[in-house]
Design a protein around this ligand. Structure first.
Ligand code: ACO
Length: 399
């Protein structure tokens, strides 16, 4: 419609909603969140039950297929994933070409993108069997690529997958194994890391899922779409908060400094990292479960002194009017960094672990997108604020 002030044609019927705060970009049956009540469900199953009694690969099956597997289906699924853990030697060569100090997330993003060149069959996205093959390949190979990006930064030789190990223990082996015989981790550590993968497996239309959908809506192959998701997750506003929590705890230094730190937060000097969430205006259900995993890990590794500072911060904040009024509670990142640190995983790897966990969610949403007949190419409108109808003068007459 024409703008009455200028008589110019406007954008027609359009909603201006930067960041899609109020706009649903798709219909989805993968993940349900009720931020006010602190509810998170994958395919209808509460996250608490899945974290307690399921495994990451079973959750991956659930997200991808929409339902829990039978025993035979699960065995077949694990077999397929295990079969595909190795990556092409030339991808290894490609990764070895990165600078010695390359960020592991940059390496992961590039190598996931590179997979589209190694599997040109992946562009055949209309064939369900073919889609399934790419989904299996990607879930299987993410830990290999993630672990190799870590070994690269450490200047250590890459460790090949050990397919006699479980998905999560195999990842730990590729991260830490230094010599024969087989790498073995404490069961409590494997369970805690597996739980962290479950808790990160999907979170409906977060920035990286939105990136996967946006790129995937062009009908490109899934490696290119997931590489975009890894890129989105790389950003500090999305995947990087747990690293910021760790830095904050180190800076606070001791329990005695917690009250003055909180006063600084209330005065607006800085934010209490790991607190608050765009969607959760209640305790993030994942934070509760991570707190439990933290205790299990510290049983094995010994308590990190930063835990005491984190607990004191939480105790004070949950009783303080400033945080109560604004409904600020611990989010998923408040404790996860502490676990990763206890496992001797350096901060720049935190987001890589997030990406491995989030891969089934990205793929479940990609599968949903490519099969949704109503879905269109992601092409939002804009509100144009620039000039119009200028007359161009060639450079020789302007200069
Ligand atoms: N510490 C102190 N005050 C805070 C915090 C915090 N962590 N978070 C929000 N607030 C305050 C704001 O200052 C604001 O106060 P005001 O009303 O007096 O101005 C009010 O709470 C609302 O804050 P918004 O920024 O409008 O809330 P929004 O929903 O946009 O932000 C966000 C959510 C970005 C997560 C925010 O809470 C934050 O910055 N938290 C710290 C960073 C963090 O932990 N990020 C991880 C999120 S989880 C994830 O991505 C996996």
């Amino acid at each position: 419609a024409a703008d009455p002030a200028t008589n110019e044609e406007g954008p027609g019927l359009a909603v201006y909603d930067p960041g899609f705060v109020n706009t649903a970009s798709c219909r989805s049956s993968v993940t349900y969140i009720d931020g006010d009540k602190g509810i998170l469900e994958y395919r209808g199953y509460p996250i608490e039950q899945l974290a307690e009694s399921s495994s990451f690969l079973e959750v991956a099956y659930l997200l991808i297929h929409g339902d829990l597997p039978t025993k035979e289906q699960f065995e077949q699924w694990v077999h397929e994933i295990t079969f595909h853990t190795f990556v092409h030697e030339n991808i290894k060569g490609f990764m070895q070409g990165f600078r010695y100090d390359a960020h592991p997330m940059g390496m992961l993003m590039a190598s996931v993108g590179a997979m589209s060149t190694f599997y040109p069959d992946a562009s055949n996205i209309m064939d369900p069997d073919n889609r399934h093959l790419q989904v299996v390949r990607m879930i299987a190979k993410m830990p290999t690529l993630g672990a190799w990006s870590f070994r690269h930064a450490q200047g250590k030789p890459y460790v090949y997958p050990d397919n006699a190990l479980s998905y999560t223990e195999n990842f730990l082996s590729m991260l830490f194994k230094m010599s024969e015989p087989r790498y073995a981790a404490d069961e409590r550590i494997i369970k805690a890391l597996d739980t962290l993968f479950i808790l990160h497996a999907d979170h409906e239309q977060n920035a990286s899922a939105n990136a996967v959908r946006s790129v995937g809506s062009t009908q490109v192959d899934p490696y290119s779409a997931v590489a975009a998701g890894v890129g989105a997750l790389f950003g500090p506003l999305h995947g990087g908060a747990n690293e910021a929590v760790l830095r904050m705890l180190r800076r606070i230094g001791s329990i005695e400094n917690v009250p003055s730190f909180i006063e600084g937060v209330k005065a607006g000097n800085e934010r209490l990292m790991g607190f608050g969430h765009r969607v959760y205006k209640n305790y993030d259900p994942r934070a509760k479960l991570i707190k439990k995993a933290t205790e299990d890990v510290f049983e094995v590794t010994g308590v990190n002194p930063l835990l005491k500072i984190a607990q004191e911060l939480e105790k004070i904040a949950l009783e303080d009017e400033y945080f109560v009024k604004r409904r600020l509670y611990p989010n998923v990142d408040f404790y996860s960094g502490l676990i990763y640190e206890a496992l001797q995983i350096p901060p720049e790897m935190f987001t890589v672990l997030f990406a491995i966990g989030r891969t089934p969610g990205w793929l479940a949403q990609w599968l949903e997108l490519v099969q949704d007949k109503e879905q269109k190419i992601a092409r939002p409108k804009q509100i144009y604020t620039g000039q119009r109808g200028l007359s161009f003068t060639p450079s020789e007459q302007r200069w």
